[in-house]
Design a protein around this ligand. Structure first.
Ligand SMILES: [Zn+2]
Length: 457
C-alpha cells in the first residue's frame, strides 16, 4: 500500500547576514523531532487503516485483515488467542503509549476496539507492530544503547538526545538480551589454531568481587572466535559448556593456552593440548635445576639465558596478526633461539643436570610448536596470552565504567556482547538485523522537496 506524507517547514532567514554553518546547525537540531513527528504520523495512519479494516468486515474481505487483530481472548486463564477478527471502535485509550526510540520519546495515541466475539477491549496497533503489551522501547533504541555502552560513551548518547535511560535501565536491557541463547552454534575444532582461557575480577553488587571467565578460540585465519563468557562459574562447568559447542570430539592437538590459572591443567584435554604459558619458563627451569642440586647463583645465568631466548620480540598490532614483512625477522630470531636452546640442552646433558635437561626439552617443544603455529597462521602471542589479556583488559575497562553493581547475568551478557562485537563484527551485525526483523516490509524515500516562496518579500 502506497501513501504520501506531506511536510511543511517554515523558515525565516536574515538576507545578507545568514551563513551556511547556521543553516546546517539549525537543520541538525530539527532531525530527531522531525523523524519523531513523521513516525507518529505513519503509526497513527496505520492505526486508522487497521481499525477500519477490522470494523468494516462488510467492505473488507478476510484477506485484508491478514496479520491484524490478534488478541488474547477475554478471561482466558491460559492467555490463548481469540479467533474473532471483527471490532467495534471504542475511541482512544485515555493515556497515549510512551515508547523510547532512537529519535527520542514517542508519544503515541492508541485506538481501542471491542472484539465482537469475546468482548475483550484491545489496541490492534500494538500486535500489528509486533509490540509486547508492556513494551516501552523499540529495538533500534536497545541497539544504540548497547553500542554506546560497549563504547563506554553512553553518557554522550543520553545527553545528546532526549533519550532517557538510567543505569538501571541499561542493566535491564542487558539482562533481558537474548545474547545468551544466540551464538550457541557449534564450532569446528578443525578450524581453530588455539584455544585460550583466563579470568578477571569484576566488582558486582554491593562491591562484592566476582570472577569473570572467558574462553576464546583463535581461528587459523587469525580471527577471534568467542567460545563463552561466564560469571562466577567453576571451570569444570565451563569446560562442559565449551565441549558441547565443539563439533568434533577427536584430539586435534590444538594448543590450549592459559596463564597459570589454577584448575585449568586438564582443561579440554580431549580436544586440546594444555600449554601453560611459556612465560613461566625461567622460573620452572630454576626449580628443575634446584632439583639437580644447583644453587640460585649457579642457575641464574642459565635462567637468564632462557629469559632472553624465549623473549622473542614481536611487533604489537591490533589483532596481533603477524605481517608478512615481519615474518622473516621473527623466523630468523626463532631459528637462532631454537639452536641456542638445543645447545643448552646438550650442555645440561653433559653436565648431568637430569631435571634441567628434561624440563628444557619439554619447554622448548611447547615453545617451538607454539611459535611454529603462530608463524604459520600469522597470529602472534608467542610468550604470553597477550591476545587474551588484551581482550580481558578491554572487557574489564568497559565493565568497570558501567557495570558496577551488576548481576552475574548482566556481566556475562555484557562481556559476550563486547567479545562478539569486537571480534566477530559480521555476526554481530547479522544478529541485530535479525532481531530488528528487517525484511523489506517498509520502504520510504523522499519524493520531492520544493521551496514555495513566502508571501512577504
Ligand atoms: Zn476476541
Amino acid at each position: 500500500m502506497e501513501q504520501e506524507i506531506h511536510i511543511t517547514l517554515r523558515f525565516e532567514m536574515a538576507i545578507g547576514k545568514v551563513n551556511l554553518n547556521e543553516i546546517v546547525y539549525k537543520l541538525k537540531e530539527l532531525q530527531n523531532p522531525l523523524m519523531l513527528e513523521i513516525l507518529r504520523n505513519i503509526l497513527m495512519g496505520y492505526d486508522d487503516i487497521i481499525s477500519e479494516r477490522l470494523c468494516r468486515t462488510d467492505i473488507f474481505p478476510s484477506k485484508a485483515r491478514k496479520g491484524l487483530g490478534q488478541h488474547v481472548r477475554k478471561g482466558d486463564s491460559e492467555d490463548r488467542f481469540c479467533g474473532g477478527r471483527k471490532l467495534i471502535k471504542k475511541g482512544y485509550r485515555s493515556k497515549p503509549r510512551q515508547i523510547s526510540t532512537v529519535f527520542g520519546k514517542l508519544i503515541l495515541p492508541l485506538r481501542r476496539g471491542k472484539c465482537c466475539t469475546c468482548g475483550g477491549i484491545y489496541s490492534p496497533l500494538l500486535s500489528a507492530l509486533k509490540l509486547d503489551r508492556y513494551a516501552h522501547k523499540e529495538s533500534n533504541f536497545e541497539h544504540e544503547v548497547i553500542e554506546a555502552v560497549i563504547d563506554t560513551n553512553y553518557r554522550r548518547l543520553i545527553d545528546g538526545r532526549s533519550i532517557d535511560i538510567s543505569l538501571g535501565g541499561i542493566h535491564n536491557i542487558v539482562v533481558g538480551s537474548d545474547i545468551d541463547q544466540t551464538f550457541q552454534y557449534p564450532v569446528s575444532a578443525e578450524k581453530l589454531s588455539a584455544i585460550m582461557a583466563d579470568g578477571t575480577g569484576v566488582k558486582q553488587y554491593r562491591g562484592q568481587k566476582g570472577e569473570l571467565r572467558a574462553v576464546i578460540g583463535i581461528t587459523q585465519k587469525g580471527r577471534v572466535e568467542p567460545l563463552g563468557s561466564f560469571t562466577n562459574t567453576e571451570w569444570p562447568e565451563i569446560e562442559q559448556t565449551i565441549k558441547a559447542r565443539i563439533k568434533e570430539a577427536g584430539p586435534y592437538n590444538i594448543p590450549f593456552i592459559y596463564d597459570g590459572e589454577p584448575g585449568l591443567d586438564d582443561f579440554l584435554a580431549d580436544v586440546a593440548e594444555s600449554q601453560r604459558c611459556t612465560w613461566h619458563g625461567p622460573r620452572g627451569l630454576y626449580h628443575a635445576l634446584w632439583s639437580d642440586g644447583l644453587k640460585k647463583k649457579e642457575s641464574e645465568p642459565e635462567t637468564d639465558k632462557i629469559k632472553q631466548l624465549i623473549g622473542i620480540e614481536l611487533p604489537a598490532g591490533d589483532f596481533e596478526i603477524l605481517k608478512e614483512e615481519d615474518k622473516e625477522k621473527v623466523t630468523s630470531q626463532y631459528e637462532n633461539s631454537k639452536s641456542a636452546i638445543k645447545e643448552l640442552i646438550e650442555t645440561f646433558r653433559e653436565k648431568g643436570y637430569k631435571h634441567g635437561t628434561s624440563y628444557l626439552e619439554n619447554l622448548s617443544e611447547r615453545l617451538f610448536t607454539n611459535i611454529e603455529i603462530w608463524l604459520k597462521t600469522g597470529v602472534i602471542a608467542p610468550k604470553t596470552t597477550s591476545l587474551l589479556e588484551r581482550a580481558f583488559r578491554e572487557i574489564g575497562r568497559r565493565l568497570k565504567r558501567i557495570a558496577w553493581g551488576w548481576s552475574d547475568q548482566a556481566v556475562t551478557n555484557m562481556s559476550k556482547m563486547i567479545m562478539i562485537r569486537q571480534y566477530s563484527r559480521d555476526k554481530w551485525i547479522e544478529y541485530w538485523k535479525e532481531k530488528l526483523g528487517i525484511q523489506d516490509n517498509f520502504n520510504i524515500q523522499i519524493s520531492s522537496v520544493k521551496l514555495s516562496p513566502g508571501t512577504h518579500f
